[in-house]
Design a protein around this ligand. Sequence first.
Ligand SMILES: [Ca+2]
Ligand SMILES: [Ca+2]
Length: 168
Amino acid sequence: MMVPERFIFGFISFHLMMGCSGGNEVCKASGIGRKWACPPPWIQWGGKCYKAITESLTWFQAKDECIKMGGVLVAPQTQEETDFLVRLQPPRFWINCNDIREEGIWECQDGPREVEFRNWATENHQPDNGKGIEDCGEVVPYPAGKWNDAECKKQRPAVCKLVTSCTR
Ligand SMILES: [Ca+2]
Ligand SMILES: [Ca+2]
């Protein structure tokens, strides 16, 4: 059966709306084939939508860029999410963790929400505040998915997570 593309997208947005109505914190999986649908080019994982930024940006630029796209810089919350992110955006990228406000006190945020999960590459003695100027968190390739603190001015790719009424 031929279905116009416009109809399909209308159908998806209708179900997105339905899933988010009533101020629900968690969106129900809905739409075609019971799969969560992200607006292209966002990629779905675990009921959330992600997009890789492949160009290298400073940590602050990466944060701004995500906001411009209607998202937030990602702050991984589980090992499973980390594994997905490493597949999406290898091998090194910024995450929304920093100790800018107070040295050694790391704050990781998913939008306005504090994230407790930490995944420091402790085997490489991270975070080490190298040269006394490393205040921004990044995912590193060795060991894959672990975190390092790096100078915020360094240029890295990033991953943004879409902010919807469902994920706020
Ligand atoms: Ca630091
Ligand atoms: Ca470091």
